[in-house]
Every structure is written in structure tokens, then in C-alpha cells.
Write a protein that binds this ligand. Structure first.
Ligand SMILES: N[C@@H](CCC(=O)N[C@@H](CS)C(=O)NCC(=O)O)C(=O)O
Length: 241
């Protein structure tokens, strides 16, 4: 199945913290969307025809334009939603953007480390140690930021993108790296994420982490579609409109 023309379509599985935060935001904002739970590995052939980065989330807008990064998607959603999921301005907004950035960055490092463990025959310990240190550093900064904040809604007395990013990242890190974060060392963060996960929208827009099939990637790298080179340069997989 492909995206239906004229329909807002979110591509990607909800085990991705990035796909999940976009799906949760659109649901909270009552923006109807179609969902195609394609895998970045299993569905690489059809994904690359829509997003040359072969990544998710991929958001196909009603006019056919394709957004390829969760920040751009949330910016788009924010402009069409009745309720903003960012604090409007001032120190609250700055603090929320910082928290969101730390949480999303933590998700990026966690995904990178996950792929390293899943796909490399030999993990680079230098890289893995660096990723672990970055993830722990971000978690500690977020736990410190949580001190004195109300559980559930950290900013503006309502759900924000910062809360969503935090919870999506927290769940992913725990499933992908079960022994990395000790909840007892991060009590405020753990309490916040647990309270958010209990909300209906977080339960509906959710999926347990599915690791990529090791053999399908490492033993056969040529199975991924690749753009062909010619003297004129790289030939696009899809003809631009
Ligand atoms: N900065 C991107 C990150 C997206 C991302 O890394 N997605 C992962 C899935 S969780 C992916 O598609 N990885 C496949 C790859 O990088 O080849 C965003 O915020 O949307």
C-alpha cells in the first residue's frame, strides 16, 4: 500500500521515538492522518522512492510535499493545529525547547547505539562508550530540569512537545538498552515519563521495539537500493516533478 494522494500520511513504525512523537502530536491536535507502519529495513525499497534518506518518520502532506525530519513535521503541525504544543513565548518556551532538544538528541544517540549493536559484527567500543556517555549526560540534565516541575505537564500547565519527546525517548531507551538507565538514579524523570505513558494517547500511539533483522542487513548490503552514478552525476531514483 502507498500513500493515498491528497491524504496526510505518516510513514514509520511507532517503535521509533521520532515517529511516535509526531503521531502523538497529531492525535492530540486532532489532525486526522493515515498511517503506514513501514520498516526502514524491510520496506527500504518503497521508502526510498518517497524519502531518499530512507528514514522515518516520513510525512507526506496533502499536496504531495514530503517532510523528512520530525522537527519540520511538528512545525507544520503547529501551524495548522488549534492548540499549540509549545509554550507561546519567554522563559517557559526557551526551557521547553531545551528539554525537547535534549530528549530528541538522547533519542538520536540511543538509536545510533542500537543500530551499532544490532548491525555491526564488531561494535566500536570508543563510539559505544561515547554514545552511552551522551545518553546518560542528557538523562541527568533532564532529571535535574525535572526538579520542582509538576509531573505530567512540565510547562504551561498542559502537554507540550517537550513532554512528548521525553516520554517517547524514555520508552525507547529502556526497550533498546534495558540496563543503561537506572530509574532510581533519575527519579524525577522516571516519574514524569511513567505518568505520561499512562495517558490514553501514549498507550494507543505505541509499539514495542523491533530490532532490524541482523542477517538481512549485514550479510547483504547490496540489497539496499542505491542511486546510480553517471558522468552527469547521481541519477535520482524518482524523477523530480
Ligand atoms: N532527525 C530525524 C531522525 C530520524 C531517525 O533517525 N529515524 C530512524 C528511525 S528511529 C531511521 O529512520 N533510521 C534509519 C537510518 O538512519 O537509516 C528526525 O527527527 O526525524
Amino acid at each position: 500500500m502507498s500513500p493515498t494522494p491528497g491524504t496526510l500520511t505518516l510513514i514509520g513504525q511507532f517503535d521509533s521515538p521520532f515517529v511516535r512523537r509526531v503521531g502523538i502530536a497529531m492525535t492530540v491536535d486532532s489532525i486526522p492522518f493515515a498511517h503506514l507502519p513501514w520498516s526502514v529495513f524491510g520496506d527500504a525499497d518503497r521508502l526510498c522512492l518517497i524519502n531518499p534518506l530512507m528514514r522515518v518518520p516520513t510525512l507526506v502532506l496533502e499536496d504531495g510535499c514530503v517532510l523528512v525530519d520530525s522537527h519540520a513535521m511538528l512545525d507544520h503541525i503547529e501551524r495548522r493545529a488549534a492548540t499549540a504544543l509549545h509554550p507561546a513565548s519567554g522563559a517557559e518556551r526557551h526551557a521547553a525547547l531545551r528539554v525537547e532538544g535534549l530528549a530528541v538528541g538522547m533519542a538520536e544517540k540511543s538509536v545510533s547505539l542500537f543500530y551499532d549493536y544490532q548491525l555491526r559484527r564488531e561494535v566500536s567500543e570508543i563510539w559505544a562508550a561515547r554514545c552511552r556517555s551522551q545518553i546518560l549526560g542528557a538523562a541527568q540534565a533532564l532529571d535535574a530540569a525535572a526538579q520542582g516541575r509538576p509531573t505530567l505537564h512540565w510547562f504551561a500547565g498542559r502537554l507540550t512537545h517537550a513532554d512528548i519527546a521525553l516520554a517517547a525517548t524514555w520508552r525507547f531507551v529502556h526497550e533498546a538498552h534495558p540496563v543503561l538507565l537506572g530509574d532510581s538514579a533519575l527519579p524525577a524523570l522516571a516519574a514524569h515519563a511513567t505518568a505520561l505513558e499512562a495517558l490514553p494517547v501514549f498507550q494507543v500511539i505505541a509499539q514495542s521495539v523491533i530490532p532490524p533483522a541482523r542477517g538481512s542487513c549485514t550479510s547483504s548490503p547490496s540489497s539496499f537500493p542505491s542511486p546510480t552514478m553517471s558522468p552527469a552525476g547521481v541519477q535520482p531514483r524518482v524523477r523530480p516533478p
